[in-house]
Write a protein that binds this ligand. Structure first.
Ligand SMILES: [Zn+2]
Length: 95
């Protein structure tokens, strides 16, 4: 169990006090969802919904980038080749 969980309702990291998900938590999540970007996005999407309710003053686009945008930075295709700046949904379509 990670110590880098979100501290609600302020959504800082319980482990390092950075905005959640912190860089360490992102690395942990990548490890917990290897080759499963859609599962990772669904997991983070649930957090995004909660954060949107807790921080209604924060623009949705900002929260979306914070919670989900980083998952799009690198995706691993079915061939194992890494592709930069691909949306999660476009990764999922590849088999
Ligand atoms: Zn942290």
């Amino acid at each position: 169990m990670t110590t880098h969980g979100p501290v609600m309702p302020v959504w800082t990291c319980g482990g390092c006090d950075m905005p959640w998900p912190s860089p360490i938590r992102k690395r942990e999540l990548r490890g917990e969802y290897p080759d499963a970007p859609v599962s990772l996005a669904l997991h983070l999407g649930a957090y995004l919904v909660q954060a949107t309710e807790d921080m209604p003053w924060t623009p949705a686009g900002v929260l979306h980038r914070r919670f989900l945008g980083w998952t799009r930075e690198v995706c691993v295709t079915g061939t194992g080749a890494r592709t930069q700046h691909r949306a999660v949904s476009s990764c999922a379509g590849r088999t």
